[in-house]
Structure formats: structure tokens, C-alpha cells
Design a protein around this ligand. Sequence first.
Ligand SMILES: [Zn+2]
Ligand SMILES: [Zn+2]
Length: 329
Amino acid sequence: MKNKIFSFLFCLLFIFLSGCNVWDNGQNLSSDLTTNAQSQFVGSEQSRTESEDINLSSANQAENNQNLLIEILNAGQADCILITLPGNRYILIDGGNNNDGQKLVDYLKSKTISNIDFVIATHPHEDHIGGLDLIISSFDIGKIYMPKIHDSDVPTTKTYEDFLDAVSNRGYKISPAKAGSTLLDEGNLKLEFFAPNSDNYNNLNNYSAVIKLTYGNTRVLFAGDAENVSENEMLKAGFNLKCDILKVGHHGSNSSTTKEFLEAVDPKEAIISCGMGNQYGHPHAETLQKLQAAGINIHRTDQDGTVIITLDGNSYTISKHKDINIDGN
Ligand SMILES: [Zn+2]
Ligand SMILES: [Zn+2]
């Protein structure tokens, strides 16, 4: 018994220490950026943002087409979103379950991807970071973002440990995702974090990084598993939440998508990532009713397969692909 307690404590210590190692100690830089980014929201002139410091992988954008592609991949009861920026630069938001990892790697390789500019782990639940260890060991990554989790909530799961190990094995650092910072700001393309707004929650879901993508006239909000607590904070913070497309929070659970939040986002399209016949009953009927009552078009990975949105800066089209499936369960 003593041995068990000892190994448990040892594990905790290991996770704590490896957790410390992998964080980008440019915390001060990050808060400077936060200040800069926040000043943009109050309408001051454009500030210097983090994006200027980032060496993105593809130099010759001019040769490529100018469409931006968002693939909400069918990962079963999990989240995985691949964004292809003009110039074939890539952003991955979450990496599905543990069992989805290899299929995701194969899918990205089938597109001849070798570098991913940003990997964003919205929060450390298995259905979001499960496949990311394989991704991090298989591709060159520009920058990895994840919200900093309060000591009292740091997961002790093997999945989280595998993720941190993969990061440290590659010598990468994790940059903290937090509300108010801007990841990219170049011409008509902008990527911002709207959440998390606090550094301590009762529930890991509320730590979720929430990301707003703006491409020309089209705005998309990726809500991770953010629940009503985080939604209220985003409303309070005064972010411009209005978007054309909402990746609905927490797989369509009734824990998320409050009436007030939905009114502020006011999307035309809602995309729900969930597994067919999942044990949680996602998406919940209340969420679907709210979306329907607001006249929002609903797209679901369990029924439609992978949902691909193509943005040209002025308008968007949505297509559904049952043949694209990274669900390894
Ligand atoms: Zn989830
Ligand atoms: Zn979650």
C-alpha cells in the first residue's frame, strides 16, 4: 500500500515537473502581448502582435490559391479541426481521441503536410488531446498552445502525460492560450483567443481555448468545450463575438450555448462535433432547439461526416464528406 502511495506521489511529482518544463517561460512576453491585443479590441490603432515574431512555414504564398479551408473532422465523440490557410500553412485545433491519432497522422500525410504552424490543444481532456502526442512526434510544429491549468486541476491521466512527453521529447514549449492574445494578424486574416478569461475553474472544460478566426468578411468561432461559465466571461469581457459560423461548444451539450451567448454570436451556421449514439446524448435536445429556433443551419459530424468550410474572404461554402473519417474507436 505504501508503495502504491509512493508511486502515485512520484507520478504526480513527475507530471508536475514535466508540466513545468514544457511551458514557454516567455510568460512576460505573453502578458505584453495580451495587453497589446486587448488594446486592439477597444479600437486603438493596430498594435504589434505575436504574429510578427512567428516564422511561418510557407514562404511562397503567392503561388497558392487564396481560399482558406476549415475541416471539422469526423473524429467520433471528439474534436479535431484542421485549418489550411492560404499558402498551405496549417493550424490544428485538437487531435481527437487516443485511438484517432494514427488515422489523423495518415490523413495529414495524405495531404503531404510536414509542418503544422500552430497546434492548439483547447484543453487537456482525452477527446481533445488524445491524438496530439502522435501529431507532435510525427510533424514539425511551429508553436503549441494550451491553456495553463491551475495546479489543483492539472490532470494526472496517462493521456496528458503522453502529450507532455511528446512536447518535451521534441524540445518544444507550450505557449499559454489566454483570452485577449492574438496568434495571427496579417491583412485580412486574424486569429484571436477569446477564452479562457480566468486561471482557475471548477471544470476543465471551462479552461477551453476559444478561438475566433476572421478571414476577410467571414468570421468563425471555435468554442472548444467551453461551458456557460466561460461563455458568460466572454460576454462580460466585451469581445466582438458576432460570427457567421459557430463550432458549437462541448459537442452540443446543454452545459454550453446559453441563450445570451448564442444571441451575441448570432451565427448562420452551427457545427456540432459528436459521435453517433454517444453515451452523453450529445447534442442535447435543448441545444438543438435553441439553434433551430434561431433559424441557424445545423451540421453534425455524426450525421454528415467531416464538414468542410471553404472561405474565399467574401463568402463561404459548406460541404459534407462521409468518406473523411479519422475516428479510430
Ligand atoms: Zn470534448
Ligand atoms: Zn472537455
